[in-house]
Design a protein around this ligand. Structure first.
Ligand SMILES: Cc1cc2nc3c(=O)[nH]c(=O)nc-3n(C[C@H](O)[C@H](O)[C@H](O)COP(=O)(O)OP(=O)(O)OC[C@H]3O[C@@H](n4cnc5c(N)ncnc54)[C@H](O)[C@@H]3O)c2cc1C
Length: 162
């Protein structure tokens, strides 16, 4: 029998993390399942990017976020998420991908797998889908799109020089 949670949150981006913090505050049991690292969509942003939002607008769980400039960099935001996760002891399982969900009489079974393909099922009364949109690039469906030298994220231009 799998461990039964009040809530399983799928996606460990800003929305999934703040949902976890809110549930924790209410004393509900939860787990966040994230297929990559926490804040994966932010990880995939350009390396030296500065956000449009000011740091106070990016805070989660009412935990202050101070950055060197009024608008934080990608690295500062990722550091903030790591710090909040650690300090608040957020219950998150990284590098597990949810593949499907089965509805039972009074619960759901969430079917996930780890990086080496081991099946890891979870049971929950409620599911929160916090899978975002930035994580799934809209492909052009053109020849050569899946070559290893093609990236669907703009990290930096350096490698394409010459
Ligand atoms: C270049 C750029 C600049 C931006 N600037 C700003 C800004 O200044 N201010 C601002 O507020 N926003 C900005 N954004 C948008 C911001 O990134 C999103 O609003 C935010 O990431 C949305 O959070 P989310 O938690 O809803 O989704 P996401 O951050 O996309 O998180 C979803 C998570 O779900 C995970 N996931 C998906 N499918 C599965 C699955 N099957 N199993 C397990 N996990 C899964 C993904 O890996 C991902 O980590 C910017 C985005 C980009 C690309």
């Amino acid at each position: 029998m799998n461990c039964m949670y009040d809530v399983v949150i799928i996606g460990g981006g800003p929305c999934g993390l703040s949902t976890g913090l809110a549930l924790q505050e209410k004393g509900l049991s939860y787990v966040i399942i994230e297929k990559e690292a926490i804040g994966n969509s932010i990880v995939n942003c350009p390396l030296h990017m500065t956000f449009y939002s000011t740091s106070d607008r990016l805070e989660i769980g009412n935990i202050p976020f101070l950055s060197q400039d009024v608008r934080p960099s990608r690295n500062e935001l990722l550091k903030y998420y790591r710090l909040v996760s650690e300090r608040q002891d957020i219950n998150i399982r990284c590098y597990q991908k949810v593949n499907s969900i089965t509805k039972n009489t009074a619960s759901f079974t969430i079917h996930s797998e780890d990086r080496v393909g081991n099946a890891i099922p979870y049971e929950a009364r409620i599911i929160v889908l916090a899978t975002g949109i930035f994580d799934t690039p809209r492909k052009l469906e053109v020849a050569g799109e899946s070559l290893s030298k093609v990236s669907h994220y703009n990290k930096e231009g350096h490698n394409y020089f010459g």
